[in-house]
Design a protein around this ligand. Structure first.
Ligand code: HEM
Length: 147
């Protein structure tokens, strides 16, 4: 979300995709995710720039075993769906601004290790009702379309 707040034009494009695919009055469902390539690309790019698990978890077997293949995260399908759904819902429903009037150039992007790699200073953002703004603009401009 921090990256999207720092790149508001990308957030608008992602919202435009959501509105066009899901509909202006509907909320995003799990079944929509496969039809949202731009949202998928945004999340992929953010994972590329901020890998949450940059070092693999060390492990050692207690007994000799024959290794048949590489194990990966068993919960990736669940995590991926939840992530896409959460980001899509936040992007679809709100404009965002940083707390306390913080400007983009003042945002601290330092990361630190915990269970995973995460922001040292958590994002604090305020949701804004962008639909209200659109309703106001459309009151004065009949030709106004969503974007
Ligand atoms: C976006 C979220 C997630 C990311 C990026 C992620 C990433 C990873 C990575 C990189 C590994 C190590 C794989 C390896 O050593 O080859 C791993 C392992 C694992 N993850 Fe996740 N994970 C996520 C979410 C979850 C969730 C939600 C759960 C459980 C509900 C989960 C459960 C596990 C378990 C149990 C392992 C150990 C698997 C094994 O050693 O066989 N992960 N994950």
């Amino acid at each position: 979300m921090t990256e999207l707040l720092l790149n508001p034009e990308k957030l608008l494009i992602a919202r435009y995709e959501l509105m066009s695919v899901v509909g202006e009055n509907a909320q995003v469902q799990e079944s929509d995710i496969s039809k949202l390539p731009l949202l998928q690309a945004v999340i992929k790019e953010i994972f590329r720039n901020h890998p949450p698990v940059p070092l693999l978890i060390p492990r050692k077997t207690k007994i000799n075993v024959e290794v048949n293949g590489r194990r990966i995260c068993p919960c990736m399908p669940l995590a991926s769906r939840m992530l896409h759904l959460t980001v899509a819902t936040l992007v679809r429903n709100f404009d965002w601004k940083f707390e306390n009037g913080i400007k983009s150039e003042e945002v601290d992007m330092k990361e630190m290790f915990g269970l995973s790699l995460h922001k040292e200073i958590p994002l604090k953002a305020i949701p804004l009702d962008f639909m209200l703004k659109i309703k106001w603009i459309s009151l004065f401009n009949d030709d106004f379309k969503m974007y």
